[in-house]
Design a protein around this ligand. Sequence first.
Ligand code: AMP
Length: 552
Amino acid sequence: MGIDLGTTNSLIAIWQDGKAQLIANALGEVLTPSVVSVDDDGSILVGKAARARLTTHPDRTAAAFKRFMGSDKHFQLGDQRFTPEELSALVLGALKQDAEAHVGCSVSEAVISVPAYFSDEQRKRTVFAAELAGLKVQRLINEPTAAAMAYGLHEQKFERTLVFDLGGGTFDVTVLEYALPLIEVHASTGDNYLGGEDFTDALLAACLREWGLTLETLSPQVLASLHDAIEQFKCQAGEGSRVLHWNGDGQAREWQIDDSTLQSIWAPLLARVRTPIEQALRDARLSPRELDSLVLVGGATRMPQVQQLVAKLFGKLPYRHLDPDTIVALGAASQAACKARDAAIDELILTDVCPYTLGVASQRGEDAPGAFSPIIERNTIIPTSKVQRFYSAHPEQKSVRIAVYQGERPWVRDNILVDSFDIPLQPTGQIQSLDVRFSYDINGLLEVDVTFIETGLKHSHSIDRSPTGLDPEARQASHERLSGLKIHPRDTLPNRTLLARLERAWMQALGDERELIGNWLDTFNGVLAGQQSSEINRQRQALSQALDELRY
Ligand code: AMP
């Protein structure tokens, strides 16, 4: 199966009957919000029910944790603490259960998509999250590459394409060329800290200013309700809605936001989109005119401001006929089929690139330590293996430090430290030469081999943890913590989700609407107590639809 583990939503697709197909969750929906909540009885809720609890129980709920993958951040949910990879594992576990319910047998392997610009550490944490969920990662595929694969298979064309992928938390640009059966990625660049969530946050900050509110004076619940209202406004702004309503602190407020105000609030974020595009085109040695098509991926590309910017930058309209929310999962499932050598697809050959430069710290001249010496340059086709020769600095040197960095800046202090290790050296009274070889595989994972030329000694180092990475005890602790958790049963999720949505709607509404929702809540609790499954299902469908109509 292919999994799109998104910042905001996650999806699964399987390859069946010669094509990729999306799998619905227990609620019959293909998008599962990447949100985790600890229910009042201590059990874990994942998906839509958890998302509704972001407003009602912000102190027991976490969202957008993918943005912190690879960091040391912890999330406190009630009395339990989680790392971003543990929370991701809970989402993956829920998806795995949905896949198993669909295929009727256990599923233990998956292709998982990651942002192209994810670092080595972020990729390893994703693999670890899968391991915690009982899934072996067959391959990590870059999200824009997965999208391009689904798109290429769909279109069966020969052309040069730019995939513009603006999701909830990350931005990726990929330039590629199809000459089926070959799909060749020429360049991938991006910004790991730019996504739709930033547009919501910018609007939230502007809204607080407009209404004379400050973050410090709002309780977590009131803030969550304002965030929710702004997120809904942002998603409906494309359909022409321009008035933001909110009454989460007991006072009815509204703000009429015109297009030019929205444009100025988002201008600094829109400006950040340009640099990666220019870099990807430069690395692929193409001008915007030489592109045959543009593909938009990721929920945030639904914003009219983003679409206008793209049209202006490229002078052409993007393809929008494929759903930007689901295309990555479909591509990941196609990749899974390639791995499984499905007859319908095994012809396809996909080449990808390493999106950033990898190298080591070295000394330039006598007094310039801390220089960055690239070994694998960004946008090199992978898998790749590259070697560079270095020299010891002194005849009597007793060890060499190999400090591996990722980045595009000339000094290592401005790049990201991936790993660092020392190798002892037998002083020979001479300057010694050493070859440092980097091997980067298709999953984006790195191995370093060092060979001392004069002595013939070899040293191999596979990078399995960065300086901020996970040691074996931390990994074991995560396994134990997760295996001790009580997961909310999948078959009761639809009812639990409706209750969570009703509670959220009650909190957000005022007056007659609140009274109406309160009645629905009582009715549904009463029906649940009656334990008549046909009546429960009937009421659930009716009330879910009623809430949809009220846009809760
Ligand atoms: P993804 O990670 O691809 O699911 O993208 C999620 C991001 O897309 C979130 O920040 C959403 O707020 C944003 N998004 C989804 N639908 C819309 C919409 N109709 N208009 C604006 N932003 C949207």
